[in-house]
Design a binder for this molecule. Sequence first.
Ligand code: HEC
Length: 286
Amino acid sequence: MTEIPEHLLKRSKAAKSGKSGDGGGAESAAPAESSAPVAASAAAPAAAAPAANLPNLDPPAPPPKPVPAYVQAAQARKKIPVWVLPVIAALPIWALSFAGTMQQPESEDILLIDAELVYGSCAGCHGGNGGGGIGYAFSDGEILATFPEAIDHMAHTARGSDAIAGEAYGDPNRAGGGRISGERGLMPAQMASLSLIELELVVFHERAILGGEDTSSPGYQEWMEHMREEIETVGLDGPTITQEDMDLLLACANPEFTPGATGEGAPDGETCPGPRAEGGDEAAAG
Ligand code: HEC
């Protein structure tokens, strides 16, 4: 056996006597005595007696921990639906085809490019896609309902609304009722702003591109070809619309749709702007 050193034995003896001795006994008795009067005064004496003798040593059960908000959110959150998987799988294919469309120029036709360019000065009031704004909409056939023919559209644009304020213009039987000039505000006259070819281009843009007009007839194609030639030979920066130009527009326009129009047709040697009369002979327009 191993010999236990003397000083360690002494120490353990002292510890034993301390536990069972005066100091230890007094400490353990004290809580029992002090808790008795408190319990007796708080509750009925009969019930208090055993409770005082047998103090409940179990600590009160801790309240259940609240579930943190982020855990609750995670449990309540909807799971990703199954149909998302093929969508995610198809994304790269879509991205490739989308990138392909981005690289293609919208059009190489100088007519379409320049017509859109001139329309830039109207877009602020009529909307970039012709959906309307301060001014009327052109899209969804709206402009075609007001002006079944391009020539009346051109005359109205060049002259503006102030010159015929209060007068009816356009198709009086148009859906939603005929137009009264100035009823919606001021359409600024374009005579001092546009050349005749610019007027043709912008009206073409509003009708064919924004308004969805059918351009397939030979007379329409002839007009489009004429505008391409004008762009290439004269360009857009010609003189602005003159009084003679305005007279030509009014001679060609329909008196039913354009106040002040004569409907005489173009004088000899001149051509009414807009889609050419069918048959190819400009004289047939009159
Ligand atoms: C400052 C704003 C403004 C600008 C710029 C403008 N317009 Fe207008 N436009 C109007 C307003 C307002 C009306 C309605 C006027 C009225 O009540 O008579 C209108 C009416 C019209 C109409 C008649 C449409 C219909 O269905 O009755 C045509 C066509 C038109 N504008 C063409 C043009 C063109 C082409 C340009 C560009 C060259 C242009 N506008 C630029 C404000 C504008």
